[in-house]
Write a protein that binds this ligand. Structure first.
Ligand code: FAD
Ligand code: NAG
Ligand code: NAG
Ligand code: NAG
Length: 530
């Protein structure tokens, strides 16, 4: 229901004027009659473009700074879509809002993701384990199943199951996990009171000692670390393919290691997007849904940015602008162009997500050459057959069962076909109805979505600029470094800090307001506890 309501709203938004959506509950049902923005907003305003993880958290960080400084700034958030969350959003099986929704984009976060973890705690959102389907995992290379475990999933202790040790030995999985652990420990710096304020991601990589990771592919990096090549090209490949739609010998090692840091994966019950709704609610920002920003023009005389939106004559003035969307697909015209340090073109992985339900409790074993046995319910893939020249590769990136359809209050649900399982398929191409029927027999609900999901992430030591002009900051510069919900909130905090410093002589955490009891403690999180 939510989905179509929003569709109706977005059509409306596209052909009428933008409208304000104050945060009354229920969240999305405000009528579009609400008055427009004042035509001449004072120049203490900040515009945020995009209401995904980056934009929503940026508004929240500004609100935190306001609380601490008594800053006089007003924030407007512009969002092209009719919903909050961007690449973090859900759909309802059979379009039935009585059923548990399914994540259509970003699904998981982990405990070291301190902002999201803290947000769910503070906002009273329920975290649920993502890897609840524990009935085994396989790696498929398009020709054969390379590995099959009868228990453990990718999200729960998969690397020390016996099957894995038997195929790859003990050392390589352990060594890999130790490298991942030391990388995730380094990330702690970004949440500490010593966190650097950065406008140069290469310099940040240097500070974190991560240049060796971004400068090489994950395969090259693990090879030089003496890790078993087969392990890397099968198991680690499976992880980079399910998480980033890219092969282990193409993606840089930092993102490769992030792909492996999925143990203990959690999601928010009812949808991760609720974190971003809460960020915005608590920020008091004015949020304009169905409102695409069309142009940004710098007015030298007043030192402000003039912002125009689709379908409106209004020009709004801003002292600072935070771009929290991939710049090239944002379709914003910047002028004068000479002013803006345009980031180089950034390709994104075009991903097909297919969600479906079926009474079939496992995929078709015959497809996988497993004869009459039961196929595992989590099938990851490796590109190694193509590398070795023995096959043409898998038709999909990952196929994962996500339990049975349930009502939002946890009761079992039965449709005309009886109980049904929810399945998520990621692929580079469209999965046809015929293919789904071959794989699952009877198919109930099907929902397809194509995303520009994450940047194509080859090794590099050069990253987009964060400050792209005076007063104009770019959150998604961080994505070619790491692309996750959490890191977008970290990038947003940093961008807010830069903007407040440059334009308002302020900061997210002003000097002297660090909470002494908490600094240096395990629980201290920069931005929350200062
Ligand atoms: C299928 C899939 C699975 C993923 N899995 C995970 C995962 O498990 N865990 C994880 O952490 N991350 C995951 N990611 C990555 C994660 O979704 C992103 O890194 C993160 O959500 C990006 O947040 P963002 O706010 O920077 O961008 P977005 O979420 O893309 O938000 C940008 C917003 O800006 C809006 N916008 C664009 N142009 C304009 C304009 N001109 N005017 C107004 N608004 C505009 C867009 O409509 C959009 O809502 C996944 C992504 C996909 C697609
Ligand atoms: C979803 O449900 C709504 C409300 O019940 C309905 O109006 C809409 O047509 C449905 N959409 C789809 C895609 O079935
Ligand atoms: C938001 O608005 C409410 C009500 O006007 C106010 O009590 C609160 O302090 C505001 N919060 C911020 C962060 O501005
Ligand atoms: C960013 O930092 C790197 C490494 O310190 C440096 O080589 C580069 O020149 C810097 N880039 C800019 C634009 O300052």
């Amino acid at each position: 229901m939510r989905k179509t309501q929003l569709l109706a709203v977005s059509l409306l938004g596209a052909c009428t004027n933008a409208f304000q959506l104050p945060f009354h509950l229920p969240f999305f049902t405000d009528s579009p009659q609400t008055p427009l923005l004042p035509a001449e907003p004072p120049s203490n305003r900040i515009a945020i473009i995009g209401a995904g993880a980056g934009g929503a958290s940026a508004a929240f960080w500004i609100a935190k700074a306001k609380e601490r400084y008594g800053l006089d700034v007003e924030v407007d958030v512009f969002e092209r879509n009719g919903y909050i969350g961007g690449r973090s959003t859900v759909v309802y099986p059979y379009n039935n809002t009585e059923l548990d929704p399914v994540e259509l984009g970003a699904s998981i976060f982990v405990k070291v993701n301190k902002n999201l973890w803290r947000a769910t705690d503070e906002f009273g959102l329920e975290r649920i384990d993502f890897g609840d389907d524990d009935s085994g995992m396989a790696i498929w290379d398009g020709s054969e199943i390379l590995l099959e475990t009868s228990s453990g999933s990718f999200y729960s202790g998969w690397w020390n199951t016996l099957k894995i040790i038997w195929r790859y030995g003990f050392k390589s999985p352990q060594r890999t996990m130790a490298l991942v652990k030391s990388m995730t420990e380094q990330i702690g710096l970004l949440y500490s009171e010593r966190a650097p304020r950065f406008d140069n991601i290469t310099a940040l990589a240097e500070t974190l000692h991560w240049l060796p990771y971004v400068a090489r592919t994950a395969a090259e990096y693990f090879d030089t670390e003496g890790i078993d090549r087969r392990w890397t090209r099968e198991m680690v490949d499976a992880a980079t393919r399910v998480n980033y739609g890219q092969n282990v010998d193409a993606i840089h090692a930092l993102e490769g290691m992030c792909s492996l840091a999925a143990t203990g994966a959690s999601s928010v019950k009812g949808g991760n997007f609720q974190i971003f709704e809460e960020f915005l609610k608590r920020s008091n920002a004015s949020v304009y849904l169905n409102t695409a920003v069309l142009s940004l023009t710098y007015d030298e005389a007043t030192g402000t940015w003039l912002l125009s939106t689709f379908g409106s004559q209004d020009i709004r003035k801003y002292r600072g602008v935070i771009l929290a969307a991939p710049i090239h697909s944002s379709a914003i015209a910047f002028s004068p162009e000479s002013l803006v340090e345009m980031p180089s073109p950034q390709p994104y992985v075009h991903l097909h997500v297919t969600l479906l339900s079926t009474p079939s409790s496992s995929p078709n074993p015959v497809y996988f050459g497993l004869g009459e046995t039961t196929a595992p319910t989590q099938i990851l893939t490796s590109f190694d057959a193509v590398r070795k020249g023995t096959g043409t590769g898998p038709e999909f990136n990952s196929l994962t069962y996500h339990g049975k359809l349930k009502t939002t209050d946890g009761r079992a649900w039965e449709g005309p076909r009886g109980e049904e399982y929810v399945i998520k398929l990621f692929s580079g191409e469209k999965m046809t109805d015929e293919w789904l029927e071959t794989m699952f027999g009877s198919v109930g609900w099907v929902f397809r979505k194509e995303w520009d999901a994450y940047p194509v992430l080859p090794p590099t030591t050069s990253f987009p600029p964060i400050k792209i002009a005076r007063g104009l900051y770019y959150v998604n510069a961080f994505e070619p470094f790491i692309s996750t919900m959490e890191t977008e909130t970290v990038a947003a905090r940093n961008v807010v800090d830069l903007l407040l410093q440059d334009e308002f002589n302020a900061a997210v955490c002003p000097p002297g307001v660090m909470d002494d009891d908490l600094t240096g403690s395990e629980t201290f999180v920069l931005g929350w506890d200062c």
